[in-house]
Design a binder for this molecule. Structure first.
Ligand SMILES: Nc1ncnc2c1ncn2[C@@H]1O[C@H](COP(=O)(O)OP(=O)(O)OP(=O)(O)O)[C@@H](O)[C@H]1O
Length: 292
């Protein structure tokens, strides 16, 4: 389990993390979403002591990573930039990883290179941008860490490889009891993947959502009125969209309760619509888009 308590970090006058607390259970996928500069990368780096926080603690399996440096060996951070590796050959990197990570599994590494149809190249720099990103993911998973922190893992990957990667992440979590944290702008990708979503804004943790209960906790409705939506309903719903007399509404609460409230306003017609994470975030964060 990862437990973060009261993490704060300033760079000069700039607050990158402000009293951030959350926990992540084993064998789960957590998404951290937020706009550019929200503090996602700083948070991930603090979890592996690349960033030294001004305040707060990070406990990994009940060990404080700043007091017991060995604790962080269970965690692998995969940066969104692979520049550091580019001048190495695949062989050099493999032997480096073998030396540094006790659990590095060479056979699994080869299996993953094949699974993702990685072309044979002499040096990492000969890979395309997407392939470089994929290569660092393969290295990370072949090192068999307990926790993997991925920073924008799908950047530069084409749609097919992205889908393959998503399937792979889900497999790893169920098969290996691995725990994955993904920082991303891409809400739509997390929807099918994450168990929990953490929303960051300006260095603070704004909201935590458990995805399995979202469909029970929220509903989206499309409602059409003869003239306009009665004022009385406005206090109970978030208006996601309005085009003339047609409204998309988000209701927080049980389905039957939402339905009864809408029926009581005597609309011309209404129907339930499929709910997306984006709808909830737009409503929750005062109409401000998170994804870009
Ligand atoms: N080493 C640094 N020196 C100075 N400021 C920094 C440093 N690292 C991060 N920051 C600042 O801290 C804030 C949080 O940055 P961070 O990279 O963590 O955000 P992010 O959510 O990962 O953004 P992005 O999605 O653009 O990668 C930003 O305002 C950034 O400019």
């Amino acid at each position: 389990m990862i437990e973060v308590r009261g993490l704060s970090k300033k760079f000069g006058n700039k607050t990158a993390l402000n009293n951030v607390s959350f926990s992540v259970g084993k064998g789960s996928i957590t998404g951290i979403v937020g706009r550019n500069g929200a503090g996602k990368t700083t948070l991930l780096k603090a979890l592996v002591t690349i960033v030294d926080p001004d305040e707060g603690t990070v406990m990994i399996n009940d060990q404080d990573i700043f007091r017991e440096p060995k604790a962080k060996n269970k965690v692998m951070y995969v940066s969104d930039s692979v520049e550091a590796l580019k001048n190495y050959s695949i062989q050099q990197i493999t032997s480096l990883y073998r030396d540094v990570y006790d659990q590095f599994d060479e056979a699994y590494f080869q299996e993953l290179l094949e699974r993702f149809k990685m072309p044979k190249v002499k040096k990492i720099k000969n890979y395309s941008k997407g392939r470089k990103a994929l290569f660092s993911l393969i290295l990370a998973f072949a090192s068999k860490p307990e926790y993997v922190l991925l920073d924008e893992p799908t950047d530069g990957l084409d749609v097919i490889v992205k889908k393959e990667l998503m399937r792979f992440l889900v497999d790893e979590v169920s098969k290996e009891e691995m725990t994955i944290i993904i920082a991303t702008h891409r809400l739509d990708e997390l929807e099918t993947l994450a168990d929990q979503i953490l929303v960051m804004k300006d260095g603070t943790m704004k909201e935590t959502f458990q995805l399995h209960s979202l469909q029970e906790d929220y509903q989206k409705w499309q409602v059409v009125y003869q003239e306009s939506m009665p004022e009385a309903l406005k206090a109970d719903v978030h208006i996601l969209n309005q085009t003339g007399r047609v409204y998309s509404l988000l209701f927080e609460g049980e389905q039957e309760e939402g339905k009864a409230k809408i029926e009581a306003t005597e609309p011309l017609l209404y129907e339930a619509l499929p709910l997306s994470l984006e709808d909830i975030f737009v409503a929750k964060l005062g109409g401000e888009q998170i994804a870009e």
